[in-house]
Design a protein around this ligand. Sequence first.
Ligand code: AMP
Ligand code: GLY
Length: 423
Amino acid sequence: MNILILGGGGREHSLAWAVMQNPKCDKLIVSPGNAGIAQIAECAALDIVDGGAVAEFAQQNAIDLVIVGPEAPLAAGVADRLRDTGIAVFGPSAAAARLEASKRFTKEICDAAGVPTAAYAHFSDPQAARAHVRARGAPIVVKADGLAAGKGVIVAETEAQALAAIDEMFAGSFGAAGAEVVIEEFMEGEEASLFVLCDGKTVLPIGSAQDHKRVGEGDTGPNTGGMGAYSPAPVLSPDIEARAMDRIVRPTIAEMARRGTPYQGVLYAGLMIRDGQPRLVEYNVRFGDPECQVLMMRLGAQALDLMHAAAEGRLAGARVNWADDHAMTVVLAARGYPGAHATGSVIGGLDGLPETAFEMCFHAGTARRDGKVVAAGGRVLNATARGDTLAQARARAYAMADAIDWPQGFYRRDIGWRALDGA
Ligand code: AMP
Ligand code: GLY
């Protein structure tokens, strides 16, 4: 089978790594890829949000399956275009990708399907939004309706913060994404993510994870795309996972099918858990980054068979072979991230790192210059490992992070603290 993966971050490196372990993969191309991906697959330049260009490239290269990493190509309809061309694709249609691309749409689906989630109201007029915040008080959550690269959510602790967020969104700081805002009840509890594969009808859970969104140790400081993650999420006990499947995921998938926009791909359900009850925070229509890295570390080669089955509507017969294991990934970021940071600094020590079924340093934002690997983004490397226990996975991941020679980078030392302190 010839496979094309779209994307070029740590998520896509881990997808490529898992796919390459499967003997069914004859050829793998990743677009655009990065310096780490280039060591295991062919990288190609391509405008990945241009469905026509992707379909033409896939035909020219006799691609049998396209795996879409990020949300932007999905929201732009790249999966629709590929399917129209007769190429199997892992990822939802633009209509189904609205589960991530529009927060208001997701709320409407929740209402229609009876999914427990935060109470909400939506506004396209700043005055009405402001009045709503004044009536409700803080804490309260203000969200830009559309895709805002993970930055369109303000959890406001005070009314003033919420009002400022509304002004900012309507002033266009998130572009078209903020032309409409959703204002939500603040939910308390512990967050965890549940990942399921869907083929339009059948739903198959493939694991849970928790990430650390704040840049600083102790979960302090500004929000980031994620500074580390681990799987499984201890808070998502089998009972709570079953409840989330029955009350949240399955009703959503059934409602999408009922509307004639069946969901196919991976659905990432962000959950808030309190008193044993899960409520939906948000959906994403792709794997999380860096959550994907820990899931791929645990699933290995079977990830390809499962994604292929989802793409071809064959999930009913599919099964996940679980090992009783744990995985952790530690993100190495450029100093200054998530604020301004330099690129181009040289990273040493990578050649000596272990590359086994238990340990892998995925590249998130790297490039090769004059034969050397250099930083090319905010989040740059993901030291990822698995073990029989989370403590063992952590020891292996940090041994890798510590062996990397990159003075211009930093990482949090406390990934997994919540799960490990209680252990
Ligand atoms: P989202 O982009 O929707 O994942 O939101 C980013 C983060 O904001 C989530 O991971 C939560 O930590 C937080 N958040 C979003 N909505 C709520 C809510 N209604 N109550 C509490 N926290 C929330
Ligand atoms: N790590 C959070 C996300 O991928 O959205």
